[in-house]
Write a protein that binds this ligand. Sequence first.
Ligand code: NAD
Length: 258
Amino acid sequence: MAFACPQFSTRLLEALRQSRHIAVFTGAGISAESGITTFRTAQTGLWHHLDPQQICSIAGLRNQPDVVWGLMALRRAEMLQAQPNAAHIAIAKLATKVNSLSLITQNDDDLHERAGSSSVIHLHGEMMRPRCFGCGRDYSGPFHAPDIVADGSPIEPPRCQHCNGRIRPGPVLFGENLTKRVWEAAAQAMRGCDLCLIVGTSGKVNPAASLPLLAKRNGAVLVQVNLEPNDFSPIVDFELPGAAGVVLPALIEAAFGV
Ligand code: NAD
């Protein structure tokens, strides 16, 4: 799909410049231009071939830990190869131009951090931070033996160096609750913002998808960047259709000249 060079209304640019606290809410779409597969993007979505409810779930991990670990190892390899794109970089720049910015992502990749963003709230965990099922400690050892290729085939999860427990992936799995502390930080940022920028999310995964509603209820201006309309479209104040890597840098340059 091709989009013309984006034009932004004066009202939108003023809202950005005058906001006291911006909450940015990102999903898999922001990393799509870095080559990381989204779950639901038509034709290319990872889950056209897999059932996440079955596989990347807490039950899946119990029943077939090697299958889950093999898939996680493949996604991790994909993430390690990926580089932050212009959209990740634009958000990091935006944070330096405004009074206060909270970045809440549903992504388990580390591209926001590698683009220069700090204190990123990872609602759904972090691929690069696996931990032990037994003692709960972070695991910093290798994902698999060096002679194994992470191609999605089953791989036996490693064991904890401290208690020999099985290591679990860093992302939150289907059937698990979000970490309370992380959820509360995200909800607080949404309630306290005066502008919420929603980027590259389908809004289909709950409770994450309810976060922009908290901002809306408190009177924040909602701005969405996405390739296509979605469930947020009827409630946003500004819909900016297009690829995040094109729209966001243009928006931030138009508002702040960077
Ligand atoms: P999703 O796959 O459900 O939806 C992706 C959204 O991004 C769609 O609305 C699509 O139109 C939009 N999109 C795709 N490319 C875009 C682009 N270049 N610019 C702007 N928009 C674009 O993703 P979701 O809403 O984040 O929910 C899926 C869940 O999958 C999340 O919980 C997330 O944790 C997880 N996930 C994460 C990653 C990652 O870490 N990069 C990748 C896949 C899935």
